[in-house]
Design a protein around this ligand. Structure first.
Ligand code: GRF
Length: 202
């Protein structure tokens, strides 16, 4: 069974979607740890309600050592790290030890509206401001480039004339809750390979 750690910073609706997918029997994996960089994250409450080990690794306490502390907590205990609304940047040894074993959900169609500083509602505000007709979300592998790793899954969401950032965010979030568990399932079934900077689904 695929063992995962889920990294969070906020409400944890994506964590909730993973838990629901496991409980429905759609996803055969175990959540070994939920780790947040914020002790106020409601995602921690979601984890504790399900008796999932929950940890806080805050920049306040660990600073530049945060990634190493996370690595300590999960080393040899998980096969895949899932960033689900996690707003800090992983760096250093964890990226080497978990090469091609870290995925992230981003609320746009990467490479559009992605990269440093593009997160949460800011993404949707930029989408509305630009007037694009379609947005969506992306699950991608994580490397040292922010939002730069190989793309795994994407879902498209039409931007409506009457949309504002909040209404668009809600519809994109629904699609996030669909593709993140789907991406974990594909990986758990060994159906994903990476070659020449792209992913291939078996
Ligand atoms: C989502 O919009 C996700 O795309 C982004 O952070 C937000 C967190 O959502 N990465 P939640 O904490 O999973 O509800």
């Amino acid at each position: 069974m695929l063992r995962i750690a889920v990294l969070v910073s906020g409400g944890g609706s994506n964590l909730g979607a993973i838990i629901e997918s496991i409980e429905k029997g759609d996803l055969n994996c175990s959540i070994e740890a939920v780790i947040s960089d914020k002790d106020s994250a409601y995602a921690l409450t979601r984890a504790r309600e399900k008796n999932i080990p929950a940890f806080v690794v805050s920049k306040k306490e660990f600073g530049a050592e945060s990634s190493n502390r996370i690595l300590e907590l999960i080393k040899d205990k998980v096969d895949l790290i899932v960033l689900a609304g996690y707003l800090s940047i992983l760096n250093g040894e964890i990226l080497r030890q978990f090469k091609n074993k870290i995925i992230n959900i981003h609320p746009s169609l990467i490479p559009s509206f992605s990269g440093a500083g593009m997160y949460g509602i800011k993404v949707h505000e930029a989408v509305i401001k630009k007037g694009v007709r379609y947005s969506g979300c992306t699950v991608h592998f994580v490397n040292e480039e922010v939002d730069g790793g190989e793309i795994l899954l994407q879902e498209v969401v039409q931007v409506l004339q009457e949309d504002d950032a909040a209404t668009l965010q809600r519809r994109v979030l629904e699609k996030e809750h669909y593709i993140l568990p789907k991406a974990i399932k594909l990986i758990s079934e060994g159906k994903v390979t990476i070659k020449d900077g792209k992913t291939f689904l078996l």
